[in-house]
Design a protein around this ligand. Structure first.
Ligand code: AMP
Length: 234
């Protein structure tokens, strides 16, 4: 059931390694609060699929499991956050992923997106999903998605009713993301350790990091996130 649609929500930042469940939880927040999910991974994949200049650069970087440069990603995010559907709030999934991106986002929220009609600046609510390493591997290797509706499955934990076929879009075969292949997983986890952990430190230092145990069942994680968002707005 969606929430009332007039009040502002977030912005919400979901942090966590690949496979932590950011995408799944972001989609739930999106539906519940009727705010858009802004996934930099999805935006980059769209650019790759459309063959844009950004997509051509990003494709090779993503295939190696490395991070696309801060400059390119920040321009893309800025453009997305300026869209009218982001006015009430949004949930960032996969951004910021470097300390530089986190600093850039704070500056953007402070200067450009600060709306004088708001009583306070909309600092992000930063939620990190912590997940055990072996769980992460199972989640990444088991992940499949529907190329048509985007629904995410996991062959180990949330399999579709018919083997490798989407429950929602009749007869559509699920796909594995190009960068969920075993040889790309390790570089992605290394990029997380080396480049994205400092983002959590950045928010921790400013007292804005909230950690949720991402090993809990998916519904319990969602419940905790909703509670955090409700407490924040109370
Ligand atoms: P994701 O779907 O969030 O796992 O992202 C897939 C890939 O897109 C990552 O492995 C990176 O190559 C790239 N990517 C996504 N978000 C960012 C970001 N904020 N900064 C740099 N690269 C990113």
């Amino acid at each position: 059931m969606a929430q009332e649609t007039s009040r502002e929500v977030g912005p919400v930042v979901l942090l966590g390694p690949p496979g932590a469940g950011k995408g799944t939880q972001a989609k739930r927040i999106m539906e519940h609060y009727e705010i858009p999910q802004v996934s930099t991974g999805d935006l980059l994949r769209e650019n790759v699929a459309r063959g844009t200049d950004l997509g051509l650069v990003a494709k090779a970087v993503m295939a190696r499991g490395e991070l696309v440069s801060d400059d390119l990603v920040c321009v893309m995010v800025r453009e997305r956050l300026m869209q009218p559907d982001c006015h009430r709030g949004y949930v960032l999934d996969g951004f910021p992923r470097t300390a530089a991106q986190a600093g850039w986002l704070d500056a953007l929220l402070d200067h450009e997106l600060f709306d004088n009609s708001r009583p306070t600046r909309a600092w992000p609510i930063v939620i990190r999903l912590d997940v055990d390493y072996n769980q992460l591997l199972l989640r990444i290797t088991g992940r499949r998605s529907c190329p048509t509706c985007g629904r995410i499955y996991n062959v180990h934990f949330q399999p579709p009713r018919a083997d490798e076929i989407c429950d929602e879009v009749h007869g559509t075969k699920l796909v594995t993301r190009n960068d969920d292949r075993l040889e790309v997983i390790q570089p992605r986890l290394t990029a997380y350790q080396e480049q994205t952990r400092p983002v959590a430190d950045y928010y921790q230092r400013t007292g804005r990091l909230i950690t949720v145990n991402g090993d809990l069942p998916m519904d319990d994680v969602t419940e905790q996130i909703y509670r955090i968002l409700e407490d924040h707005h109370a």
